[in-house]
Design a protein around this ligand. Structure first.
Ligand SMILES: [Fe+2]
Ligand SMILES: [Fe+2]
Length: 167
C-alpha cells in the first residue's frame, strides 16, 4: 500500500469505528449484490471511496468533519439496482442517482443536512452544480479516482488472464 494511504493507528481505529455503524446493517449489505465497475460491487466501491477520502483529509485538510466525510462517502451511492441493467426502470442513472442516494440515506440512516450536501453533487461535472462543501469536493474527486483505479485493475486482470491462456 502506498505511504499516502497508510494511517496512524488512532486514525485507522476512528475509520473502522465509524464505518462499523453502517457497513454491517442489512440495507448496506445489500450493496454487495450490485456490480459497480466490472465485478467490483457497490459495497466495495463506497468503502474504497470513504477510505481514500479519509486518508486525503487526514493528510491535507485539518478543518473537516471526519465523521461526516466517512459517512457521506459510504452512503454516496446508496441505490439498490444494477445500473448496467437496461431494464431496471431507472433513466439517466448518472444524473439522478445522487438524489436517490440522499433519499435512501435519509430514510435508512437519518443523515444530517450537511451530510446530504456532501453527497448531493458527487457526480459533478456530469451534473451541473458543483459540490458546496469541502467534504463534498473530496468525495467527488476520490469517487472518480476510485473508479479509475477499479477500471485499471480490471484491465490488468484481463491482460494477465490473456497472457496465462497463451502459455
Ligand atoms: Fe455515484
Ligand atoms: Fe461512487
Amino acid at each position: 500500500m502506498k505511504a499516502k494511504f497508510r494511517l496512524p493507528k488512532e486514525e485507522q481505529d476512528f475509520f473502522f469505528q465509524t464505518i462499523k455503524e453502517i457497513i454491517y446493517t442489512q440495507d448496506f449489505l445489500r450493496l454487495k449484490q450490485f456490480r459497480h465497475h466490472g465485478n467490483i460491487s457497490t459495497y466495495t466501491h463506497v468503502i474504497k471511496v470513504a477510505y481514500l477520502s479519509f486518508c486525503h483529509a487526514i493528510k491535507k485538510h485539518k478543518r473537516i468533519n471526519k465523521k461526516e466525510l466517512i459517512r457521506s462517502a459510504l452512503l454516496h451511492d446508496l441505490y439498490f439496482y444494477d445500473w448496467h441493467d437496461k431494464h431496471n426502470g431507472v433513466h439517466l442513472h448518472g444524473l439522478f442517482h445522487p438524489k436517490k442516494a440522499v433519499q435512501n440515506a435519509k430514510r435508512l440512516y437519518s443523515i444530517t443536512k450537511r451530510e446530504q450536501r456532501h453527497m448531493a453533487h458527487h457526480m459533478f461535472p456530469l451534473t451541473l452544480i458543483p459540490p458546496t462543501t469541502r467534504e463534498g469536493w473530496i468525495i467527488c474527486i476520490f469517487d472518480k479516482l476510485a473508479a479509475r483505479s477499479d477500471y485499471k485493475a480490471i484491465k490488468l486482470k484481463k491482460k494477465a488472464l490473456k497472457k496465462a491462456s497463451l502459455k
